[in-house]
Structure formats: structure tokens, C-alpha cells
Write a protein that binds this ligand. Structure first.
Ligand SMILES: CC(=O)N[C@H](C=O)[C@@H](O)[C@H](O)[C@H](O)COP(=O)(O)O
Length: 235
């Protein structure tokens, strides 16, 4: 499939983010690719995955389009989603169809510049680029910089963005009004109703992670409410 076909295969659909961290029981490419296969069985049109090995394994097992990231922490920056050229190149090399990169307006590790990462990837790889943003200005900047897609991933995760319990539907609408490129809805989408609402706001696709692929988080929500209702006598 070429990039245009890949993008149209994602339109109006659900992308499932399959991620686990070192130290967690589900960590590892074998388990993440099984999770991704079950997401495919449920009708997911794409997968979002973290790290070169998960990306390669999920791509080969599911055959679905993969949005690849590589989370790495550096001491000199709070950016951790595909923060430097090193991670971006490794994600492209691993076979991701779309490389997602933190495109927030914050200093990058080693003072790298986002435009240089974009230019480098464009010169070497025929891969689509997704900007993970936290507000509308960052989305506008990302479109100018040449990104193919913008996602609301980082709303609520920068000190200057809205902090909400659910998805940032206002940001989705603002981005849809301001941009020509597709806007993906991502972050804290917890129910099918919220997902369909995001699509009705104009989102091109929705990305759901924790509510589907993080059983400990889902379990804790049940337990917390059960404990709260046992204490107060109300749910
Ligand atoms: C902020 C950040 O680091 N977001 C990450 C990006 O890949 C993931 O941890 C999220 O799970 C993903 O964005 C999906 O969101 P949610 O899990 O809320 O459905």
C-alpha cells in the first residue's frame, strides 16, 4: 500500500495503542503483538506501538498500518515521545508506516530542532509523519513544518495545555477548523461514545490505548469506585 492508501484505510476507524513498559508483566514484543492481533480481531484498522522491536513484531504479525514511536527519557528535556533523531530514525528503520514525534513547543534533548528531524526523515524515508501536539498553535506549526498528520496525544501532558479527565474535544474541533491535514483524536478516550463523539467533531481517526490495552489501569478504575462506594455508601 502507498501512503495515500494507508491513510485512507485509517479513515473513520479505531487505532489501538498497544504499549507496556519495562517492569510491567505485559512488557515484551511477543505479548504486545498478541495484544495487537486481538485488537485486529476486534476491528482495529491500525496499531500505535512503542520501540523498534514492538513495531517490527506487530507489523509482521498483524499486517496492519503501524504508528511507531520510541519513548526515551533524557536528562535535559521533558520530551520523551520520539525525542531525538536517533529514535525517529530507528522507528522508521523498524518499518513504521507513520512516525509519531513529540511536536510540542518545548526544548528537545541536546537542543535538537524538530524541523531538522523532519527534514532528515523526509530525505531518507518514504514514511508519513505524525505530530503529537498539546494545543492548536503546535498543530498549526506542525502543518507548516510539513507533518502529514496531527494528533491530540499531548493535550494535558504539557504544563500549558488543558487538563481534562476525558478527551480534549475542544482541541479536536479547533485543529479540524485550522488545519488541512488529518487530525487524529488521542488521549484519555475511555468509551465507545467518546470515540464516536471525537469522530463527529471531525477527527479523521481515533487512537485508544489504556481503556483497551492496560488491564491494570482498567481494573484499578473498578476497584477505586468499589472502594469509594463501600466507604461512602454511594457510587
Ligand atoms: C501522553 C503519552 O505518553 N501518550 C502515549 C503515547 O503514545 C501513550 O502512553 C498513550 O497510551 C496513548 O497516547 C493513548 O492514550 P490513552 O492511553 O489515554 O488512550
Amino acid at each position: 500500500m502507498n501512503n495515500i492508501d494507508i491513510l485512507s484505510s485509517l479513515k473513520g476507524g479505531l487505532i489501538v495503542s498497544c504499549q507496556a513498559y519495562p517492569g510491567e508483566i505485559l512488557f515484551g514484543s511477543d505479548i504486545m503483538s498478541k495484544m495487537a492481533l486481538e485488537a485486529k480481531n476486534g476491528g482495529a484498522v491500525g496499531i500505535r506501538a512503542n520501540s523498534p522491536s514492538d513495531i517490527a513484531e506487530i507489523k509482521s504479525k498483524t499486517g496492519l498500518p503501524v504508528i511507531g514511536i520510541w519513548k526515551e527519557r533524557y536528562a535535559d528535556s521533558s520530551i520523551y515521545i520520539t525525542p531525538t533523531l536517533r529514535e525517529a530514525e530507528a522507528v522508521a528503520e523498524a518499518g513504521a508506516d507513520i512516525v509519531a514525534i513529540d511536536a510540542t513547543d518545548r526544548p528537545r534533548p541536546g537542543q535538537e530542532r524538530l524541523e531538522d528531524i523532519v527534514a532528515f526523515l523526509r530525505s531518507r524515508y518514504n514514511v508519513m509523519l505524525m505530530a503529537d501536539v498539546s494545543n492548536v498553535q503546535e498543530g498549526i506549526q506542525a502543518e507548516k513544518m510539513g507533518f502529514d498528520i496531527v494528533s491530540t496525544t499531548l493535550s494535558g501532558y504539557t504544563p500549558y495545555s488543558r487538563s481534562l479527565e476525558g478527551p480534549d474535544t475542544e482541541l479536536i474541533s479547533e485543529l479540524v477548523k485550522s488545519l488541512k491535514i488529518p487530525v487524529f483524536a488521542e488521549g484519555r478516550i475511555q468509551t465507545p461514545d467518546q470515540a464516536t463523539f471525537c469522530l463527529r467533531q471531525g477527527a479523521y481517526s481515533v487512537v485508544v490505548g489504556s481503556a483497551i490495552t492496560r488491564p491494570q489501569t482498567i481494573t484499578k478504575k473498578f476497584v477505586d469506585l468499589i472502594l469509594k462506594s463501600a466507604v461512602t455508601g454511594t457510587a
